[in-house]
Write a protein that binds this ligand. Structure first.
Ligand SMILES: Cc1cc2nc3c(=O)[nH]c(=O)nc-3n(C[C@H](O)[C@H](O)[C@H](O)COP(=O)(O)OP(=O)(O)OC[C@H]3O[C@@H](n4cnc5c(N)ncnc54)[C@H](O)[C@@H]3O)c2cc1C
Length: 388
């Protein structure tokens, strides 16, 4: 089967040239000093249409599928994973747009496709990580508004975004067996560069994924118009679940992209660095590492293509999407570590991009469902659901 049609190759080539020219130099400059992704870059991504790849054409998007979205993602992540993540802050905020009503779509999707309306996603809490349904942040109805109170954790881009999509509990009781029910989603518009009124927060001191900040947030009587609820009241958990396959494919694409960046850098270094009177790329130990790295990347990519194709054709693939996310992120950690090894001492400095890819690879095993959670999903498919 030919996944890579002529049109897809063109999309891939264009994204590759764009990323190498516009993203890589910015990443190499800003990641080591933990600088923010600049607005100029955001504007260029918008001009390429990358915030609207999956938004329907009637709302100004490209109307393409998860396959094209992941092709572009791989190319951006090859240069800087944070930029590959930024495009997910448009693109209908995966899984959310189909739950918007007609007025909300009209109001938000066009601006999103133009890159003028990008979001942060606030699901996690101090005690709701892998156990995502354990949300305790609450909203109570007050006339035409809802009033939000509680703590959120790990909200990336909370300050730079144009809105925060937040999941809170609107149901009155928490039945431990059905705690996924009673959760609702609100889209809170806010000025770029600030937190919404009634929300305070501090950046979490993370070890990578630079270019933007990740926040802990405190909602303290934050008032939100009732019209900003997205999807059905109490059913937001299903909305998140609908987007999981795409989100996992996207994370695999990020892992594959950054692993490829590390591989390409390792190949260039191995050709140029000489020891014992010859390039280290002539030593079999280095050559075999490179062969192994390339093989692992290609295996992950082919699984990702399979998953993207299934998603675009409307076939359920939750098991394969979990396998793909698991394999690609574990692969990325191995491959970037080997690439760093090929750089010797130079790899353990901030003078080469390989250390960025290595740090960012580590995160792909944690967010969008940890490796252990993916293994749990896969083993539940194979063995039947475990209650542990
Ligand atoms: C840099 C960064 C950015 C993030 N950005 C966002 C964001 O923008 N929005 C957002 O909502 N969230 C975000 N997250 C949160 C992320 O999704 C969570 O960190 C992730 O889901 C894991 O939750 P946790 O950190 O609470 O770990 P925990 O759930 O506490 O897990 C700790 C360990 O226990 C294991 N474990 C837990 N439960 C099980 C189980 N049942 N079986 C086996 N092992 C288990 C885990 O795999 C892990 O190894 C971000 C996280 C990071 C680090």
């Amino acid at each position: 089967m030919t996944y890579l049609t002529e049109e897809r190759r063109l999309i891939q080539d264009t994204a590759r040239k764009f990323a190498m020219k516009e993203v890589l130099p910015v990443a190499n400059e800003l990641d080591p000093v933990q600088g923010d992704m600049p607005m100029a870059l955001r504007d260029k991504l918008a001009a390429m249409g990358y915030f609207g790849i999956m938004i329907p054409e009637e709302f100004g998007g490209m109307g393409l599928g998860c396959f094209e979205y992941c092709l572009v993602t791989e190319e951006l992540a090859r240069c800087w994973m944070s930029v590959a993540s930024l495009i997910a802050r448009g693109n209908g905020l995966i899984g959310s747009s189909r739950n918007m009503n007609a007025a909300q779509r009209e109001q938000w999707l066009r601006r999103m496709a133009r890159g003028e309306f990008l979001g942060a996603f606030s699901l996690s809490e101090p005690n709701a990580g892998s156990d995502v349904a354990n949300i305790t942040c609450r909203a109570r109805r007050d006339g035409e508004h809802w009033v939000l109170n509680g703590s959120k954790y790990w909200c990336t881009f909370a300050d730079g975004a144009d809105f925060i999509m937040v999941l809170v509990r609107t149901g009155e009781t928490i039945d431990p067996a059905r705690k996924h029910l009673g959760i609702s989603a609100f889209l809170i518009e806010k000025p770029r560069g600030q937190l919404p009124p009634g929300v305070r927060g501090n950046p979490i001191p993370k070890i990578g994924y630079f270019g933007w900040r990740t926040y802990e947030l405190a909602f303290d009587d934050c008032r939100v118009p009732a019209s900003c609820m997205v999807g059905e009241e109490g059913k937001a958990f299903y909305m998140v679940s609908q987007g999981l396959e795409k989100a996992r494919a996207h994370t695999a694409a990020r892992a594959i992209g950054l692993a490829r960046g590390a591989l390409e850098d390792a190949i260039a270094y191995a050709k140029q660095r000489e020891q014992f009177g010859r390039p280290i790329g002539e030593f079999q130990a280095i050559r075999f590492k490179i062969a192994q790295m390339a093989t692992e990347i290609e295996a992950a990519r082919q699984l990702m293509y399979f998953v993207c194709d299934a998603i675009d054709c409307g076939r359920r693939c939750d098991q394969e999407a979990a396998m793909c996310k698991l394999f690609a992120s574990e692969m990325a950690e191995r491959v970037t570590s080997e690439a760093l090894q090929i750089h010797g001492g130079a790899g353990y400095t901030k003078l080469y991009a390989v250390e960025r890819h290595w740090r960012d690879a580590r995160l792909t095993k944690i967010f969008e469902g940890t490796s252990e959670i993916q293994q749990r999903i896969i083993s539940d498919h194979l063995l039947g659901r475990s209650e542990a």
